[in-house]
Design a protein around this ligand. Structure first.
Ligand code: ZN
Length: 102
């Protein structure tokens, strides 16, 4: 029998059980306001230097990252109630603390 594990609590979710998929896309946003460009050639040169000296993996993760998580029903409910657990540092279920965020 194959199974997946809940990304939050580690519970085994078998093929016959319902699972929930959380897809996260984190996109960098520098504010979207462009400074006035005095000399486009100099600005392009600076940008090329920055790109050439950057680590490709780091550069890519600075722009956008995607993650996919599988959750069990209990953790799906807790996740939707408080995706980042920002109130008390962890997920809650009907005002009951059920564990720290991973
Ligand atoms: Zn779970």
């Amino acid at each position: 029998m194959t199974y997946e594990e809940c990304a939050r609590c580690g519970k085994r979710i078998t093929e016959s059980e319902i699972r929930y998929v959380v897809r996260l896309t984190v996109v960098g946003d520098d504010g979207g306001v462009l400074d006035e460009i005095n000399d486009p050639d100099i600005e392009i040169e600076k940008l090329i230097e920055q790109i050439e000296s950057a680590d490709p993996f780091e550069l890519e993760s600075d722009v956008m990252e995607e993650r996919v998580f599988v959750l069990c029903p209990g953790c799906k409910k807790a996740f939707l109630k408080s995706p980042f657990g920002y109130r008390n540092g962890g997920f809650t279920d009907d005002d009951e603390y059920i564990g720290p965020m991973q």
